[in-house]
Design a protein around this ligand. Structure first.
Ligand code: HEM
Length: 409
């Protein structure tokens, strides 16, 4: 079957803010299409995305199966060498044994017990952030609360000294620009600089932890062993940086988009406040997942087709890039009842927000805990919190979030 062709201008501000009508039409009329500008095959239905994420004929890279020559990839861009020293050691971009080797080492130390041990610190930190703004009667939720909270938490989990905290956000911002479709030379240079400085900083902390171990994840990553296997120095540094980045970018956006969604649905906002006031943790839990389904902070991930294949009648050639629209699957009427309604009590909620399959988000328990604690402390401390103006969306679709969410407390 020849695929229909369509260009989806995902970077248009209107699309970033509200892609839902267009995605609904696509799911109905053109659920799979080739975009000639991005040269990718887009999938918009929940069932297709879920099936492809579990299909071993696709991968986040092809380099575990083929050489660059075999697949016609140009040599790595020499301008990106410093950035690649980081990125090539990020296990999320690996497949098969290389991926499972590092993922299992990290899983040994980034445990549910360690995540749960963060709860008290999370609560104290959230209170402190609210203390700092409550007397003003208003704040920018993104800048004052949503952004600092996950940064402080992931940094304290890893063991980054407080006096280094100010670097994390700018370095991470520079690095993630490389994940958007299309980036400038200047963005490459900024990502190179950020990756180099970040790798050096982690290297220095790891060296200290080797001499004097502490109760933190960098110490554990330095020490972790699986049947004699350990992380190399570059793997250790890249893994720590990746955890720091993955550990806050999406959480910042998830909580800000979530609060905006509550503001736009006053009955659900009231239900959430009521649940918090009554200590109804089950609504808090289903509610957080529902906010993360309703607004997807990481709307799209890609995979390579590793071998020529037939997928439900669609012929996909080896080397094709597929773009999986998690944001669209999350609103699929074939999978969710009332997909465009925010329903905090939703129980049957197979959200795609954290992905599926071998790359399923390792930090999902931490992200969920952070959002639960944040909203429960926020609504306890500020039961009248409300919007104080329009939210401002950030540029970029692949990492989708707000620059600003003014609130009255
Ligand atoms: C609301 C917040 C978050 C969202 C929406 C999110 C989403 C995702 C998604 C969709 C993936 C899979 C990517 C793919 O399918 O290709 C992923 C992977 C990952 N996430 Fe998260 N994430 C969040 C928070 C976190 C946190 C707090 C951490 C950790 C500290 C984290 C660590 C990771 C890691 C390590 C992977 C790679 C897993 C692998 O490739 O095996 N994430 N995340």
């Amino acid at each position: 079957m020849a695929l229909p062709s369509l260009h989806l201008d995902i970077n248009q501000p209107d699309f970033i803010r509200d892609p839902y009508d267009q995605l609904t039409s696509l799911r109905k009329e053109m659920p799979v299409f080739h975009d000639p500008v991005w040269d990718k095959v887009f999938f918009t239905r929940h069932s297709d995305i879920a099936a492809l994420l579990k299909d071993k004929r696709l991968g986040r890279t092809m380099l575990h199966r083929y050489s660059r020559d075999e697949i016609g990839w140009p040599p790595p861009d020499p301008r990106e060498v410093p950035f690649r020293r980081y990125q090539d050691n990020v296990f999320m971009d690996m497949e098969a044994d290389a991926h499972s080797r590092i993922r299992s080492l990290v899983t040994k130390v980034f445990t549910p017990k360690r995540v749960e041990s963060m709860r008290a610190t999370l609560e104290t930190t959230t209170h402190k952030l609210i203390d700092a703004v409550q007397a003003n009667g208003s704040c920018d939720f993104v800048h004052d609360i949503a952004e600092p909270l996950p940064v402080i938490m992931i940094a304290s989990l890893l063991g980054i000294p407080e006096n280094q905290l100010q670097h994390l956000r700018p370095w991470s911002n520079a690095i993630v620009k490389m994940y958007e479709l299309g980036y400038t030379d200047q963005q490459v240079q900024e990502a190179n600089r950020a990756a180099t400085e970040f790798m050096e900083m982690i290297g220095a902390i790891a060296a200290e932890r080797r001499i004097k171990p502490q109760d933190d994840l960098i110490t554990e990553l330095v020490q972790v062993e699986n049947q004699g296997d350990k992380l190399t120095e570059d793997e250790l540094r890249a893994t720590a940086i990746f955890l720091l980045n993955a550990g806050h970018e999406a959480t910042v956006n998830g909580s800000s988009l979530g609060l905006r969604a509550l503001f736009k649905n006053p009955d659900q906002l009231a239900a959430m406040k009521e649940a918090v006031a009554q200590g109804n943790t089950s609504l808090l839990k289903t509610g957080i997942d529902e906010m993360l389904r309703y607004e997807t902070p990481l709307p799209m991930f890609e995979r390579y087709v590793l071998e020529d294949m037939d997928f439900n009648g669609v012929q996909l050639k080896r080397g094709t890039e597929v773009a999986l629209m998690y944001i669209s699957g999350n609103r699929d009427e074939a999978r969710f009842t009332q997909p465009n309604d925010l329903l905090l009590t939703r129980e049957d909620n197979p959200l795609l927000t954290f992905g599926l399959g071998t790359h399923y988000c390792l930090g999902a328990p931490l992200a969920r805990l952070e959002l639960q604690v944040l909203f429960s402390v926020l609504f306890t401390r500020c039961p009248n919190v409300r919007a104080a103006g329009e939210a401002e969306f950030a540029k970029g679709f692949v990492i989708r979030g707000l620059n600003k969410l003014p609130v009255n407390l």
